[in-house]
Design a protein around this ligand. Structure first.
Ligand SMILES: C[S@@+](CC[C@H](N)C(=O)[O-])C[C@H]1O[C@@H](n2cnc3c(N)ncnc32)[C@H](O)[C@@H]1O
Length: 576
C-alpha cells in the first residue's frame, strides 16, 4: 500500500473487460459505485479515436448511474481533455491528476513523455467526497531528509506522511500494464459510504488508435516576415488585443502566455471574474493572434489550470499543431485535502514543428527524481541532473515575499528560463502578451533573446520597466529585497509585521499540551484559562483559530530518515 486513508474501508475491486463500445450499457448495479476506465494509449501517444457513438453510450451510462457515482479515466491529456468537454452535460469535473509514467523515454523527440492523466468526474455537483489520504514522506538520496522542506512547520505535519497533491509522482503507471497502484489508491480514496465497489474497466480492446494527423489551414505557413526594429526589446502598456494587431504575421519566434485565470485574483485594473463564456471568447481572440504572429514551425505555449487548459486545447487544436502537454507541479506546502499543485503548459507549433534545442543547456536539465530542493543540499551534490521531460516538479512557485515584486501572481524565473531555452535560440524574439512584472522579458534579456512584453496595467508596466533598468545597471532584478509586497496571491489576509515575544511554534505546542490535559481541541476561553501565555498572543500572531490549533491536530514530523522511526514506509523511491 502506498498511502494511508483515514477511516476508510477499501472498496472491493471488480475487473470488467469490454471488447466493444456497444457493451457499455446501463451500470449493472443499483449501488453507487466508483468506475475506473483504463483507456489505451501507446508510447508514441497517438490518442484513441473516441467516436460520437462512444460518447453517446458513456453519457447514457452516466445518466443511468446512481447520483453518487464517480467516473475516473486514466488516459493521455488530449483524451482527458475531450472527455471533460463531451461529458460535461451529464457529469461534473472534479479532479485532474497527473501520474508519473514509466514509459521508455525517446530522447530524440521534443520532450519525453513522463505523465498520464487521471481524470475524475462525478454525478453530483458538490465538492468531491473522499477519505483524507496521506502518502509517506520520501527521502533525498543525498541528505537523507524528506524531499520536501517543511522548514519551521514540522510540528504541524503528520508523522506518517504528507497529504496528497494532484500530481502523483510516488507511484507510476505504464501504458501497457494494469494500473495496480492507482486501483489500490482509488479503492482507499473512495473507501467511504455509500461506496462498496471499484469497477475497473479495461478499454484496450474496445477502442482503436487514431492515425490521422490534423492539417490546419488557418494561417499562412509559406513565408516568414521580418520584424521592424522598433519591436525589438519593447515593453508595451496596452490591451494585448490592441497591441498584437500591430505586430506582423509570421514574425515572432516564440509566444508564451500566462493569462489571468479568471479566479477572482486582485489585479490592478483587470476584472478577474468574467462570465466563463465571455472569458473563453476573450481567450480565443488572443490565442488566435498569438498563432498569427508566431513564425511557421515556431511555438505558442499557454499556462493555465488544467480545467481551463482543456478549453484552450479545444480551440488551439483547430488552428495549430498540438505537440506537448507539460504538467508543472508548482506548489510547495500542503493545503487542502488534495493539494492543488497541477498547472498545464500547452505547447502548440504553427504547422510542422522546427527542430529544437532539446538537451542543451543547464535550463534543459531537471533535477533527477526524488532529490530535495534545499539549496544547501543542491550545492553539495553532483550528478543529480537528467534531461527534462514533460513532467516538471523541480521549479516551485515563488515562496518568499523577499523575492516578489508587487504583483499577485508572478512566475518563478526558472520556469521562464526553461521554456525560453527549450523553444528559442539566442537573438530570437520572445513575446508575452500578459507580461505582468516582466518575468518573461527579463529572463529573455538575460538569455540574450529579444523581447516584447505587453501589459495592461500601468502599475505593473512601470515595475517591469524599472526591473529592466536594473538589469541594464548590472543588478539582478530577481534578487532578494527587503520590502514586503502588498499584492497577494491568496485571499487569506496578511498580518501586519510585528515582533513575536514568544515564537509561534511555542504557542502552538502549548495548545498541544492543553489538548493532552483536557482531551479535546480547546476553545479560546480554554486557552485563556490553561495557557501560560496571554491570549493576545494567540489573537495577534495567527490568521485563524485553525492555525492556533495546527500542531494539536497532528503528530508532528521529523525530516531525517534515521530519526523517523515511526514511519512505516521509510521510503526511498527509484532514481531515474
Ligand atoms: C497571471 S498575470 C502574469 C504574470 C507574469 N507572468 C509575471 O510573472 O509577472 C496576468 C497579467 O495579465 C495582465 N492583463 C490582464 N488583461 C490584460 C490584457 N487585456 N492585456 C494585457 N495584459 C493584461 C494582468 O494585469 C496581469 O499582470
Amino acid at each position: 500500500m502506498t498511502q494511508m486513508s483515514e477511516n476508510c474501508t477499501p472498496l472491493k475491486i471488480r475487473d470488467v473487460e469490454i471488447r466493444d463500445i456497444r457493451e457499455i450499457k446501463k451500470p449493472d448495479s443499483s449501488q453507487p459505485a466508483v468506475w475506473f476506465f483504463v483507456m489505451p494509449y501507446d508510447s508514441s501517444r497517438i490518442k484513441v479515436n473516441l467516436t460520437d457513438d462512444f460518447y453517446e453510450r458513456l453519457n447514457e451510462f452516466a445518466q443511468n448511474a446512481d447520483e453518487q457515482t464517480i467516473l475516473c479515466f486514466q488516459t493521455v491529456p488530449q483524451t482527458a481533455s475531450e472527455l471533460v468537454l463531451n461529458l460535461q452535460g451529464t457529469l461534473h469535473y472534479k479532479l485532474w491528476i497527473s501520474i508519473k509514467c514509466k514509459e521508455k523515454a525517446n530522447r530524440n523527440c521534443l520532450l519525453p513523455y513522463e505523465h498520464s492523466e487521471l481524470l475524475i468526474l462525478g454525478k453530483y455537483k458538490e465538492n468531491l467526497r473522499h477519505a483524507k489520504t496521506r502518502v509517506p514522506y520520501t527521502y533525498c538520496p543525498a541528505c537523507d531528509k524528506t524531499t520536501k522542506d517543511y522548514g519551521g512547520k514540522k510540528h504541524t505535519y503528520h508523522e506518517y506522511g504528507t497529504l496528497m497533491s494532484d500530481v502523483w509522482r510516488d507511484i507510476t503507471v505504464a501504458p501497457d500494464e494494469y494500473p495496480e497502484l492507482v486501483v489500490d489508491r482509488l479503492s482507499h480514496l473512495f473507501g467511504l459510504p455509500p461506496y462498496r465497489e471499484l469497477c475497473v474497466v479495461d478499454m484496450s480492446q474496445a477502442l482503436k488508435y487514431e492515425k490521422r494527423r490534423a492539417v490546419n489551414k488557418t494561417y499562412d505557413l509559406t513565408k516568414v516576415n521580418g520584424l521592424n526594429e522598433k519591436f525589438h526589446n519593447i515593453l508595451i502598456n496596452d490591451d494585448c488585443l490592441e497591441a498584437l494587431k500591430k505586430i506582423p504575421s509570421n514574425s515572432i519566434d516564440y509566444c508564451f502566455a500566462d493569462p489571468p485565470y479568471n479566479l477572482k485574483k486582485k489585479y490592478d485594473n483587470w476584472n478577474d471574474n468574467l462570465d466563463i463564456h465571455e472569458y473563453f471568447i476573450w481567450c480565443d481572440r488572443w490565442l488566435y493572434e498569438l498563432g498569427r504572429v508566431v513564425k511557421p514551425g515556431c511555438f505558442v505555449t499557454v499556462l493555465n489550470i488544467p480545467l481551463w487548459a482543456v478549453r484552450h486545447y479545444e480551440y488551439l487544436k483547430e488552428i495549430m499543431n498540438f505537440q506537448r502537454w507539460i504538467t508543472w507541479e508548482g506548489l510547495s506546502l500542503p493545503v487542502r485535502m488534495i493539494m492543488p499543485a497541477n498547472y498545464s503548459i500547452l505547447c502548440f507549433s504553427k504547422g510542422h514543428p522546427r527542430i529544437l534545442n532539446f538537451g542543451h543547456g543547464e535550463e534543459l536539465l531537471s533535477l533527477k527524481d526524488n532529490y530535495c530542493l534545499r539549496q544547501s543540499c543542491i550545492n553539495s551534490r553532483e550528478n543529480d541532473r537528467k534531461p527534462v521531460t514533460d513532467l516538471w516538479w523541480d521549479i516551485h512557485r515563488l515562496k518568499h515575499n523577499t523575492r516578489r515584486a508587487d504583483h499577485p501572481c508572478q512566475l518563478p524565473p526558472a520556469l521562464m528560463r526553461r521554456l525560453i531555452a527549450l523553444f528559442t535560440n539566442e537573438e530570437e524574439v520572445v513575446l508575452d502578451p500578459f507580461n505582468g512584472v516582466a518575468t518573461t522579458t527579463l529572463s529573455a534579456q538575460q538569455m540574450n533573446r529579444k523581447y516584447i512584453g505587453i501589459e495592461l496595467s500601468e502599475k505593473y508596466h512601470k515595475i517591469a520597466q524599472e526591473r529592466h533598468k536594473e538589469l541594464l545597471w548590472g543588478l539582478d532584478p530577481f534578487r532578494k529585497n527587503g520590502d514586503t509586497p502588498k499584492a497577494k496571491n491568496s485571499s487569506v489576509p496578511r498580518l501586519k509585521k510585528q515582533k513575536y515575544l514568544v515564537p509561534k511554534k511555542e504557542l502552538q505546542l502549548e495548545v498541544k499540551r492543553i489538548v493532552q490535559k483536557i482531551g479535546k481541541l480547546p476553545t479560546k476561553e480554554e486557552v485563556k484559562r490553561y495557557s501560560k501565555y496571554p491570549i493576545e498572543y494567540y489573537e495577534n500572531y495567527f490568521i485563524s483559530w485553525g492555525e492556533v490549533c495546527a500542531a494539536a491536530r497532528t503528530t508532528g514530523m521529523v525530516e531525517t530518515r534515521k530519526s523517523n522511526k515511526n514511519n512505516p514506509k521509510n521510503k526511498q523511491l527509484e532514481l531515474f
